[in-house]
Design a binder for this molecule. Structure first.
Ligand code: ACO
Length: 320
């Protein structure tokens, strides 16, 4: 028994913030943001929560898969910006979708959250524990970014993406590969939590902290390694890949990985220009864009990869 992707969906807030808008808020330029990151605009919540976006993406994926709430046997949500500490985002989404009784949980692995969630759900389906699994990555990082810090606020956007996995005799998810190294915890983090009493957060003084240059280098190295690992595990070569669906953090990181794979950029799904870095939502949203645009066809082989705070990194090789 395997799992395959039966449907995809995404949800973005309507509100769009362009680079020109940011020029009015911080000392930056459209040219700097475009050339250093590849971003032109991003969607930013205006009252919506992560739960609202996850619900929109989940409903779209379930509709695409042709299933109803009664069919869902597992819910896994990747997010680091949940609506509440608990119940977990999986349970909150379960209630919104009127689904009852199946296991529901969330995974906090920063930008790699969706890949982690996909790997967990794949294993449930392969074990025969769920016929259909709802896998979501949703984030509203804009709520924890310092909008006066030009080094971080230009990078992030909000959104959610989802897939429905279904049990199948044909292999869809060919393999998943997950890694983490907590030694890099200080490269990218958000300090507030229950242990800190949320004091600085309450005072509006706590934000995402990032050592951008170092994140860049670790990302290129770890992703380079995981690409090799994934191909080797499947006895495939670079030429067997039809598509690369990378985490949309920085166009220069994406270019470096595409070069490593000898992948022409027409074969790389890019949404960074319009979405910015939406953390764990970026890979499932890019997948949904490419599926709905008709680029990715049934039978195509795609490599999904992501990295994020933790440090976490992961990949999935998928036959669509
Ligand atoms: N506008 C104009 N100038 C800026 C801006 C800005 N928005 N931000 C920084 N600068 C300046 C800096 O102050 C610096 O000026 P200085 O030379 O006078 O000191 C100069 O630009 C160069 O800064 P660098 O940080 O060296 O720029 P770099 O080329 O490394 O680009 C960036 C910065 C875009 C953040 C890059 O390092 C990057 O993308 N890193 C990866 C970050 C990432 O992927 N984060 C997400 C991880 S996923 C997750 O878990 C959420």
């Amino acid at each position: 028994m395997y799992s395959r992707i039966a449907g995809t969906g995404r949800c973005l807030p309507d509100n769009i913030v362009t680079n020109a808008d940011l020029e009015k808020r911080v000392d930056t330029t459209d040219e700097w943001i475009r050339t250093r990151t590849g971003i032109r605009r991003r969607h930013i919540v205006d009252g919506e929560t992560t739960g609202d976006l996850c619900e929109g993406a989940a409903r779209a994926a379930m509709e695409a898969a042709g299933i109803g709430p009664e069919d869902v046997g597992l819910i896994v949500v990747g997010t680091t910006t949940p609506d509440q500490v608990f119940p977990n985002m999986g349970c909150l989404l379960q209630a919104r979708l009127d689904i009852h009784g199946c296991p529901a949980f969330s995974i906090e692995a920063a930008c790699t959250g969706f890949i982690y969630a996909l790997s967990m759900a794949d294993q449930f389906v392969r074990d025969g524990k769920a016929k259909y699994a709802l896998v979501v990555g949703g984030e509203t990082l804009s709520n924890i970014v310092d909008w006066s810090d030009r080094g971080t606020c230009v990078l992030f956007g909000d959104g959610a993406g989802a897939v429905v996995l279904e049990a199948s005799e044909e292999a869809g998810i060919l393999s998943t590969h997950l890694h983490a190294d907590g030694a890099y915890k200080d490269l990218l983090y958000f300090p507030s939590g229950v242990g800190s009493g949320f004091d600085r957060l309450r005072e509006g003084k706590d934000f995402v902290q990032m050592r951008g240059n170092e994140v860049f280098k670790v990302a290129v190295n770890t992703l380079g390694g995981i690409v090799e690992e994934t191909l080797e595990a499947n006895k495939m070569t670079k030429s067997d890949l039809d598509w690369l669906i990378p985490h949309q953090a920085n166009i220069r990181i994406i270019n470096a990985i595409a070069r490593k794979l000898n992948m022409p950029m027409e074969r790389v799904i890019l949404t960074i220009e319009d979405h910015g870095n939406t953390s764990t939502a970026s890979v499932p949203m890019a997948l949904d864009v490419a599926v709905r645009d008709g680029k990715i066809q049934r039978g195509d082989v795609m490599l999904l990869e992501a990295f994020g705070g933790g440090f976490t990194w992961g990949s999935a090789l998928v036959r669509y």
